[in-house]
Structure formats: C-alpha cells, structure tokens
Design a binder for this molecule. Sequence first.
Ligand code: S3P
Length: 182
Amino acid sequence: MKDNIILIGFMGCGKTSIGTRLSKKLSFSFLDTDEEIEKREGRKIKEIFAGEGEACFRQMETNLTRELLERTEKTVISTGGGLPLKEENGRLLQKLGFVVYLDVEKETVLRRLEGDKTRPLLNGPDKEKKVEELLTFRRPVYEYTAHICVDTSQKSFDEIMDCILRNYEIMMAREKEKKEDE
Ligand code: S3P
C-alpha cells in the first residue's frame, strides 16, 4: 500500500473540508478527483453528465484512479461519491493508500446540499428519496472498500482528523513491518 490517504463517502460527507485540513496538518499534497477531472476536461461535472452521460464520467474516474496509482505519494485524495462503486476502482484505491470512509446521516446530507445544483444525481424531483436510496445501496460498498469507517455525525473536525491520523499511523507502521519481514 502507498502512503496516501484516500477519503471516500457520500456527497456532502465532508471529504473535501476534512481532506484539505488533513493535508495541511501532514504537509501532504491535496487532490480532489472531481476537481481534477473538471480541470482536465475544462468543464463542470454536470456538463459532462449532460453531454456524454454518467458512464463516460465513470470511465474518467477509473482512468484517473489508475493514473494516481502510478504517480501519487504523500497526498490526501478526496474522491467523488460514486468512484468506489466500481469494483476495479475499489481495488485500485486499496493499493493507492489508506482508505477512510466518512459516514454521514441522510439529514446532514440534505442540510448541507440544500440548494446545490452541482450534483446531477440529486437534481431530480424527490431529493430526499434519492439520497435515501443511494445511501442504502452505497453504504455496504463504502464499508467494504475502506480500511476504516468514521462515523462523522457527532464529531468535530478535530476529532475526525485525530481518529484518521491515529489509524493511519498504525497502518503505516504495519506496512513497514510487513516490508521488513519480506
Ligand atoms: C457523485 C458525487 C460527486 C461527483 C458527481 C457524482 C456521486 O462528488 O463525483 O456528481 O455519484 O456520488 P462529491 O461526492 O464530491 O459530491
């Protein structure tokens, strides 16, 4: 496993906010997969969804994840909420670094994303039902993919970061021992 930290979880769970703080604390770089795709494509995610469709966006996510595995280290990576769903992406993420799932309640997602128009999957008529359906389907996949799950509901940013950092140190120490045994 590489020394990156990867944040996965549902839209609005705080991946970007926590990721930027974590990267500063560790003096790591920070990369957001959505931002990276938008930068490379020169357009917004909702435009990619509207133009070529979701499948095309998902392929961009896979291509980017493959590439990150080749060249990224000492980086906190915030992933788009749907990125870990593809089996190949899940496997790549586990090699790319320490995978942290930030779990969030439906109510928090709805509050944080009220009025948001940037996420095409939530732009339909019944946002609450959609969030509920997606969360039910995705939670087990996030849990299965991650090395640790952090319940963010009753925690401050500092508590979430401490929890991630403690576990990251343990994981890296184990990786070191594993290499020494080889
Ligand atoms: C998506 C989440 C979004 C973005 C796209 C699809 C999803 O990222 O990748 O709108 O399928 O959950 P965030 O999780 O950063 O909002």
